[in-house]
Design a protein around this ligand. Sequence first.
Ligand code: SF4
Length: 389
Amino acid sequence: MARNAHLLAGRPIYFPFLSGVLEYDCASCTAPCCRGAQLGIGRSRELVALLSISPALALCAAPEFASSPMPALQSPIDACWFLDQRNRCRLEWAVGRENKPASCRLFPFHQVRGCGEYLVVMPHFLCPLTIADVPHTAGHTSHDEICLEMHRAGVPRDGHLRIPEPPDMPWHAAIPLERRIRDVSARHLDDADYLEYAQEQEFITHGVMGETFASGNVARLRDASVKLLSSPNPPSMRTVRMLVALTPYLRLRGAEVPRRSMPYVLTALAVLLGTIESIPGTRITLRAIVQLFEHRLPLLYLLGHLAETPRLQSGYTADQLLRGLPHYSEVFSRLLREVEHNPERSRPRSLAHIIAEDPEVKVPLRPEVVAALWRLGRFLADAGTFAPP
Ligand code: SF4
């Protein structure tokens, strides 16, 4: 399929979502974007229009917006000056969308981050985004329109926060990989299960890295996660669809995770989502998935490696790692020591076996055990290494 190249002053732009797959509807929203936030001012013409309405706004100027060098106006009140009593934007209905400040028109696509030479547009999930029935190449959430809006708003070429490079791949190789994984997501949006998309991510990643891998890794890992979490149900089709659409974004949100581990971490997230969805009264949203991923990432990292055999990297010992902690649970220290001594065994055990054999680990898991697993996941990400099963 022919694709337009998106550039900003010569820098390539990458959108970690399919064109038009994310939707929002300001007319039915109570504008959380306009409460306590700041306005990014892209061009002096916008400032002139705003100052003609309220000259005192100049007193609220600041030099940065959303960590970019675009100037901003910081609202000292709980809500934007231009919200009417029904929480609708007065500027939109009085002077038109084209006269709104740049950041308002761009929202929720105003967060630009640097990944090497690439600029990446990260959606803001304060906006109650939803998934379109079908991705499309026209309309205000299409790549073409967002790119045009970035140019109109005068989004600067440089000065954006950078996303740290993944540990196993430089950005100039990782972004083309991410783009391929994003593009194939279109044919998985209606899958009943996340498994197939995870397997395709695994296949593409190992292909790019020139590595071979054993088939069945994703299914094995999923079964191990289901067992440990005693997950009663897989995620619903609606949740799988949201997770597929969000995957390219989450893969960048978790850039600190090696690219080769990402399909397993996301498979673990699918299992966790199925488990959470089974709690009565829970309705999964895009924002809930993003928050779950951010807050639970160390646990997901651990779940994503259950089928592999762990060890500590050379130069690390359990004693040394524990010494740096003000407090820790018995179960955490036991698990960490088991990981440390795992390579000395005649047959090193998988992480799932190490955890299952701990006397305190019983399903359903107790909160203190989950907290220990969360912490172990964080330590393994920093000081651990894994061998395939
Ligand atoms: S941009 Fe999003 S959060 Fe803001 S009013 Fe529109 S739908 Fe609501």
